[in-house]
Ligand binder design. Structure first.
Ligand code: GAL
Length: 853
């Protein structure tokens, strides 16, 4: 049988450190109350098991939000979670910004529009690899301020911001009891990690923060994460790779996992972390198995640190996080799909999970255990046959052995459990899902040259596939070295960077003039010594110039600088140090805003020659046409050194071409055993980031202004703009796999009239929206060999394989194919366990013309 599914085509103490949418006026839901008991949040009178997906709204554009929320919902999320970003919302004290990427109200409303709940983690210290963990830089200038402790000036500012946010949500009627989506709030963030260092004042602060939050009249429960002494009504929650077995500090509070780290962040010159989905699914299943009730993926979509929002030290512009939805808003497979199946399986158990006050525990082996949830606990105690016909029963069978498969007997039936896995039995009998058996498709994302122009001078020959061209050659203008305008100033002594820049720029020029006498030179020569510039401690990057010439560069986090310098007799200009220091915030080009469409002409641009030698401290500009289609756009800055880039005035982020260490990436990643961020690294020996996301909504069809500020030298002629989309999908499943989870929904689990065991597994393929399957590159039902992009037929192969799969899939956005003899007409090899392997190609409907299909 072939099943068709036709979709419409269409973190300073800080450690880490009108596209218009039709947003309805409120009342996304009938007003409902949120309370809790020891087992779960109680939403509108009912306990709920909730899956939540973290999406930080400013790490995407408002135009991306609807799709991200839809994909989260489709992936099985009930809740969307985000921090708030104080320095984004109040860049200048008292001047608020809730526009564009910071339009929190719009974001929360969109979530509500989609029928999803919202978990708002206000902080306002949030860490999050976000600049200063979210604290506005002006906070430092408040007299007598001490952050995150029992300090009046700090508490006043914190209370003001938290109140602002809560009041805004109240005004917009976004809390559940107002008919809005917000069901849960967070105050502070992982303060438990710091509390000890503040002594008694830390304890006072925790009490104050809790009371302050509770006094704001938000009317929904509050959480504090990693805060074992969370007072009174505040629920203390877990953040970790695993949170099964976590117990809040009161038997009246539910077990909530606010951060399930499904990947990790990256630094310039670092490897890329990867958390295998089998382990992630295991962690989630174990959490619900052992009494957990709400789990939030940190992140479900990580996104991009646009502009200068990335925290430090040295966090890269991409915040992909190896999340289920990648930086570009595309599903990351098989992570997204496998978790979708997991969520569906957990949902099938919800009735029993919420009904039971606690699970029945059964030891199944030395490292194997079951937790059984009965709708009617009374009958579980009696363990009568009667209970089985009257109660829903769901079970989780875990094998926590890291190495071996275990065969266990549960309620008279035998189950094979792969190592480090959980099987979910929504009816306490049939396995709907095992965390280690991935049935989801994998996708290979290709960046396609063919759809986009290489940015180049007009005299370069374009290849015929390049559909659009650049309207102007590259132009450049040099950034003056040192002080450049009248707005500079002089002081005695040195000032600290942020005090001067107020974080308006990454750059701060220090300049002084040094006089070297004949005697000095004679002394150096006689003693065969040369002067050394010593800076006791500095971060993050320092460049040292003498008389306009770069003589040294240092980068690091609080490192000592020892730079030998050579002076001629007479006056020398030294940028950085001496008795009199002249200071200047920022670069001239920044000050003139030469990256904007309106102001770029202000700079004295000159044409850049193709053979120009790479120069330091240079601005470059060029124009390019958008690649056709609706696919996400990436710009390859791999040929550049270090700097920042803007497209049509939008700051796409910092770039830095640093390469990850050659070693430390395993050949293959073993999902088994406890995960840590260093476990399954990828990208060894390659630049950490070369692709930078340019959101579609920042582009126009043609003449897009690209401006780059380059510090150390690069070749702009090799910059290219490409579109990015999964072109190749692969899936592989054996006939012994589980029937599709959606089939369970049609079953009456109590009466058991329909037998799930009669149903067959199905392979499911799905292109991104706006794409369809154009061809099946490989299909074999039998005993195929190899892996994605490398499949080959085995000894057993059904001759109908290609035609059956093609017929079901080609021309469609998504399709399902049953993995059974019946599906392929006959049994190609009796007595042999058969597998279906498929490789499909997706194309954009806009490039092929839908009419062909
Ligand atoms: C947590 C923190 C998050 C984020 C995460 C690492 O400890 O609460 O904000 O920084 O670590 O990605």
């Amino acid at each position: 049988m072939v099943v068709f599914e036709n979709k419409a085509i269409p973190k300073l103490l800080l450690v880490c450190l009108f596209v218009q949418f039709s947003v309805s006026a409120a009342n996304f839901f009938q007003p409902f109350n949120v309370t809790y008991d020891h087992r779960a949040l109680i939403i509108d009178g009912k306990r709920r098991m909730l899956i939540s997906g973290g999406i930080h709204y400013p790490r995407a554009t408002p135009q991306m939000w609807p799709d991200l929320i839809a994909k989260s919902k489709e992936g099985g999320a009930d809740v969307i979670e985000s921090y708030t970003f104080w320095n984004g919302h109040e860049p200048v004290r008292g001047q608020y910004n809730f526009e564009g990427r910071f339009d929190l109200v719009k974001f929360v409303k969109l979530v509500g529009d989609n029928g999803l709940y919202f978990l708002l983690r206000i902080g306002p210290y949030v860490c999050a690899e976000w600049n200063f963990g979210g604290f506005p830089v002006w906070l430092r200038d408040i007299p007598g301020i001490e952050f995150r402790t029992d300090n009046e000036p700090f508490k006043r500012e914190m209370q003001r911001f938290v109140t602002k946010i809560v009041d805004l949500m109240l005004e917009e009627k976004l809390f559940s009891w107002q008919g809005g989506p917000i069901i849960l709030l967070q105050i502070e963030n992982e303060y438990g990690n710091m509390e000890g260092s503040y002594g008694q004042k830390g304890k006072e602060y925790v009490r104050w923060a809790a009371n302050m939050a509770l006094g704001l009249g938000a009317g929904v429960p509050w959480v504090m994460c990693k805060q074992t002494d969370a007072p009174g009504d505040i629920i203390d929650t877990c953040n970790n790779y695993y949170c099964d077995g976590y117990k809040p500090n009161s038997p009246n509070k539910p077990t909530i996992w606010t951060e399930n780290w499904d990947g990790w962040y990256t630094s310039w010159g670092g490897r890329l972390p990867h958390r295998p989905v089998e382990d992630l699914a295991f962690a989630v299943a174990r959490f619900f198995q052992r009494g957990g009730s709400l789990m939030n993926y940190y992140m479900y979509f990580g996104g991009t640190n646009f502009g200068r929002t990335s925290g430090g030290p040295f966090y890269i512009t991409s915040y992909d996080y190896d999340a289920p939805i990648d930086e570009y808003g595309l599903r990351s497979e098989p992570k997204w799909g496998h978790l979708k199946d997991l969520h569906a399986a957990i949902k099938l158990c919800e009735r029993a999970l919420v009904a039971a006050d606690s699970p029945q525990y059964m030891k199944l082996g030395p490292r194997q255990e079951a937790h059984v949830y009965w709708e009617n606990t009374q009958s579980a105690v009696l363990n009568t046959t009667l209970s089985e016909s009257q109660s829903a029963c769901s079970a989780f069978l875990a094998n926590i052995d890291e190495h071996n498969t275990a065969t266990v007997i549960f309620r008279g039936k035998s189950y094979s459990l792969p190592p480090w896995s959980v099987s979910i039995l929504p009816d306490c009998s049939n396995v709907a899902f095992n965390t280690a058996k991935v049935g989801a498709q994998t996708s290979v994302k290709l960046v396609e040259n063919a759809l986009s122009p290489k940015i180049s001078a007009p005299e370069l020959v374009m290849t015929k596939n390049e559909v659009s061209s650049i309207s102007e050659s590259w132009m450049s203008v040099e950034e003056p070295i040192g002080i450049w305008s009248e707005s500079n100033f002089t002081v005695q002594g040195l000032l600290e960077h942020l005090k001067v820049t107020k974080d308006e720029s990454d750059y701060l020029w220090h300049m002084t003039r040094i006089y070297v006498s004949d005697d000095d030179v004679a002394f150096w020569e006689e003693n065969k010594v040369s002067p050394t510039l010593v800076i006791d401690s500095m971060r993050d990057v320092l460049r040292i110039f003498i008389n306009g010439e770069l003589i040294g560069s240092v980068s690091g986090h609080w490192v000592k600088v020892l730079q030998p310098v050579q002076f001629q007799q007479g006056y020398s200009d030294l940028m950085l140090l001496s008795q009199t220091v002249g200071l200047q915030v920022g670069l001239k080009g920044e000050f003139q805003k030469i990256f904007t469409i309106e102001e770029n002409e202000k700079a004295g641009w000159t044409n850049l020659k193709l053979d120009a030698t790479p120069s330091t401290f240079t601005w470059y500009k060029a124009y390019f046409d958008s690649p056709d289609g609706s696919e996400p756009i990436a710009i390859d800055l791999g040929s550049m050194g270090k700097g920042q880039a803007w497209v049509n005035g939008h700051h796409i982020g910092r770039y830095w071409n640093l390469t990850a260490p050659k070693d430390g990436c395993p050949d293959s990643c073993d999902y088994r055993g406890a995960y840590g961020s260093n476990k399954c690294m990828t990208n060894c020996g390659k630049p950490t980031q070369t692709w930078y996301h340019v959101p579609r909504s920042w582009l126009q069809a043609s003449n897009n202004l690209l401006v780059i500020f380059e510090e150390i030298g690069g070749n702009p002629f090799e910059i290219s703009v490409k579109s990015r989309v999964p072109r190749i999908l692969c899936a592989q499943m054996s006939e012994s796999y589980y029937p599709p989870l959606r089939e369970w929904l049609h079953l009456d689990l109590i009466d058991g009239k329909v037998s799930i065991s009669d149903m067959k597994p199905q392979i499911h393929l799905q292109c991104e929206d706006g794409h369809i399957i154009s061809s099946i590159e490989f299909a074999s039902y039998g005993t195929p060999h190899g892996s994605c992009q490398n499949f080959s037929n085995g000894n057993c192969h059904s001759p109908n394989s290609l035609s059956v799969v093609s017929e079901a899939c080609v021309g469609r956005n998504s399709c399902s194919v049953e993995v059974s003899n019946a599906g392929f007409g006959s049994d190609p090899c009796r007595g042999v366990l058969k597998t279906l392997a498929v490789e499909a190609r997706c194309v954009s409907t806009s490039t092929i013309g839908v009419s062909q299909f």
